[in-house]
Design a binder for this molecule. Structure first.
Ligand code: GLA
Length: 731
């Protein structure tokens, strides 16, 4: 891994064993993107990749007719100076002009990777793991500075980028657009893959063939959203899971975002990603600075599984933090679908003790334990225990759960408030809303204005005390409403464009304070399921509740889609009641667990309601999970058959040393007189012999011939009919 600077040509070559990323200073002083992708040789001069040619109808520098931004690949394109594609940034100057000309001034190359204060970002544990480059550009007329930070990691085909704007001039400047990255690619012959959906149907892969014009996704909901995930893949038409070229772009951010690809009329493609410019502005007084969130770009030539492995490993090891990042996750029991808010200490203990009998390690008390909260119309914001339900308080309940030999977890939804709450009665101005206008309500709740420090302090004090007194081991941090009427009462008019972003920054701040106070706690983020399942959150909470849809068949699809950009250890997945409460579908306990075990694994039901036989199965599942979770959550995960493409879904995990693997195949609907279908495994050692259910096979045999899957119904309990599954343990 190295970052080379060629003084004479002013070109930078960031590279490691896998990739090269070459930037050069262009004739107008701006930065050009010369090459990105598979590693190539270093050379002093790649300037033939700069297009220097006169074309009519184009504008260029008055003293250099052959250079125009319009037909060049720009590294961080500006607006108004000859480039008519989407800009990466836009600045409003005091004189009303939006034109800037940033020119290369200096740079520094240094080992390691600096933290981005206040923002989630990849990190190194040792400076030798990565090298960073900061390039400083200046707009000489205004004194504004742009600092482009790049990091190349030794072991990953990845570049991490972000930008810092520093007002080094004497006038105020308003930033109205500040993308984290732009990447100009030499051709637009890509298939764009996004992960979109809605509440209870998150992250469905959707493909669009790129051509001239713009394709984009984004969120203006205040969180990254279930509707579009801030992760996009650009792949070649012939790329599939196992072969072919692709790049993945992931934004390490949890708020409003925009990701777009613009094919221009000269055949190139511009990709940009960052904070959504709509409703965003940030004033920089002299001396002030603004930092964008980080964007992570990864490349592969070996298909989408390989691209996912990069994100899985990188995010597990160098984005997630704390003691839990690589530890097998405790098997939990959550009471939400068992009781909703209608519980008391007695009923909770009954559910918990059955969990203990099953070998469960962590009991989680969900929504309804605080304030006056018997339904979702009241109580949010009043983070004081409801003594009618829990007379011994959280501390009393926690003690009893701990005495059973289990850990104790608790649900919070700090960012929200009900109108019917003591908090709202005391602080009506703590709600995001526009004075004099009616305001929207969602799930009977409103969003707190976290840009206010006093709100942050209140939440910190409450959460800290409850966690401390209750000796909490796990926190489920929920966020169940999108933001509307984003206006901070009392803030200056010109500050209003900062509020969406400040809310996100202060959520990060609150997390940071709590995780540093309680480094042992396992945090699970949640937003009505997967509405804030993004790389930003993983920096604070190493797992995220995958979806409020706990139906095994639906979950198969959701977890399949989630696995493109996020590690299996980050996907919160539970076995719930059958028939399922969201879909009404009945599904065997085996299939439900066979899906959830490719995730953090737990139960979200009252185990007392199971038949004795089912309960015995649960006990075996818990034993199975304890034995194999390290492999399931931390092994190399491969998608084999997509549930979006047919009646089967299959995936597998392989251990680092390729000595063990677990594969799963799910048949969605029963088939009569089916054809002979074989499932080919992948990622195995071709020369090793693997034992499966008493038979032995070579790795190459399993990968080239595979196992018959049409006979799934012959095996196992509940295997006949629809929604059947089969797990194979390979040793
Ligand atoms: C959200 C979460 C659920 C549950 C409820 C509680 O919907 O996703 O898991 O915690 O809130 O209100």
């Amino acid at each position: 891994m190295s970052i080379i600077f060629h003084e004479k040509t002013k070109q930078f070559h960031l590279n490691n064993d896998y990739i090269s990323y070459i930037i050069g200073v262009l004739p107008d002083g701006s930065l050009g993107q010369l090459y990105s992708g598979e590693r190539i040789h270093d050379k002093e001069d790649y300037s033939y990749l700069i297009n220097l040619e006169y074309r009519s109808m184009m504008v260029g520098l008055h003293d250099n007719e052959v250079f125009t931004q319009e037909i060049n690949r720009m590294e961080y394109p500006s607006f108004g100076t000859g480039d008519y594609r989407a800009p990466a940034f836009m600045l409003m100057h005091e004189n009303g002009s939006h034109v800037s000309r940033f020119e290369y001034v200096s740079h520094r190359i240094f080992p390691g990777k600096p933290a981005l204060p206040g923002l989630p970002a990849l990190y190194t544990e040792d400076d030798s793991e990565a090298e960073s480059l900061e390039i400083c550009l200046k707009d000489h007329l205004t004194g504004m500075g742009q600092y482009h930070l790049y990091t190349v990691f030794k072991d990953y085909p990845v570049i991490a980028r972000s930008v810092r704007f520093v007002n080094g001039g004497s006038e105020r400047v308003k930033i109205t657009r500040a993308m984290s990255m732009a990447l100009d690619l030499p051709d637009s012959d890509y298939v764009w893959m996004q992960f979109s959906g809605a509440w209870t149907r998150e992250k469905r892969p959707i493909e669009r063939l790129l051509t001239e014009g713009t394709v984009s996704i984004g969120s203006l909901r205040g969180h990254s959203s279930a509707n579009h995930n801030p992760f996009v893949i650009l792949k070649r038409r012939n790329t599939d899971e196992f072969k072919g070229e692709a790049l993945g772009i992931s934004l390490v951010y949890s708020g409003n975002f925009l990701m777009s690809a613009e094919g221009d009329t000269y055949g190139t493609l511009r990709f940009i990603a960052g904070i959504h410019p709509e409703c965003f502005s940030w004033n920089l007084s002299p001396g002030d600075e603004f930092r964008t969130p980080e964007a992570v770009i990864a490349w592969t030539n070996e298909g989408l599984n390989d691209l996912s492995h990069t994100f899985h490993s990188l995010y597990r090891k160098r984005l997630c933090r704390g003691i839990w990042k690589e530890k097998p996750r405790p098997i939990l029991l959550n009471n939400w679908e068992a009781t909703y808010m209608g519980f008391n200490e007695e009923s909770i203990l009954k559910i918990a003790s059955k969990g203990r009998d099953a070998g469960i390690e962590l009991f989680v008390l969900d929504d309804g334990w605080f304030g006056k909260r018997d339904d979702d119309r009241s109580g949010l914001g009043d983070w004081y225990v409801n003594k009618d339900k829990l007379p011994g308080g959280i501390g009393g309940l926690s003690e009893k759960i701990h005495a059973m030999g289990m850990k104790f977890g608790l649900w919070f939804e700090p960012e929200m408030i009900n109108e019917d709450s003591d908090l709202y009665r005391a602080h009506p101005d703590w709600v995001l809303s526009v004075p004099g206008r009616s305001r929207s309500v969602g799930r009977h709740q409103m969003v707190l204005d976290l840009s206010k420090n006093e709100v942050l302090e209140y939440l910190y004090e409450r959460m800290h005390n409850i966690i401390d007194e209750g000796k909490i081991d796990y926190v489920k941090w929920d966020m169940n409403r999108t933001i509307s009427e984003c206006y901070s009462i009392g803030a200056e008019a010109e500050e209003q464009g900062t509020i969406y972003h400040k809310n996100v920054l202060n959520v990060y701040k609150l997390y940071e304070k709590l995780i540093s106070d309680f480094p042992e706690i396992l945090f699970e983020s949640c937003a009505s399921g997967g509405s804030r399942f993004d790389a930003g959150m993983l920096y604070y909470a190493p797992q995220t509740w995958g979806s409020d849809d706990t139906d095994a068949v639906e979950r198969m699809k959701i977890q399949y889609g989630t696995s493109y950009g996020y590690p299996i250890s980050s996907i919160g997945a539970h076995v719930s009641e059958s028939p399922n409460q969201q879909t009404g579908r009945a599904c065997s306990i085996e299939t439900r667990a066979a899906v959830a075990c490719f995730g953090t694994f737990g139960y979200e039901m009252d185990l007392n309601r199971l038949s004795d036989e089912e309960f015995e199965t649960v006990k075996k599942q818990v034993i199975f999970m304890k034995e194999h979770r390290e492999l399931l959550q931390g092994g190399r995960f491969y998608r084999l058959l997509s549930p979006y493409e047919g009646n089967y879904c299959a995936w597998m995990v392989v251990s680092e040393d390729r000595k063990r693997a677990i594969a799963a195949c799910y048949r969605i609907l029963a088939e009569v007189n089916p054809g002979h279908k074989r499932l080919k495994f992948t990622g195995l050692d071709p020369d090793k012999t693997y034992r499966i259910e008493g038979n032995e096979y070579f790795g190459d045999e399993l990968m080239k011939i595979g196992l018959e899957i049409a006979d799934i119904p012959k095996e196992g309990k509940g295997a006949e009919g629809d929604f059947v599954s089969r797990l194979w343990i390979l040793e």
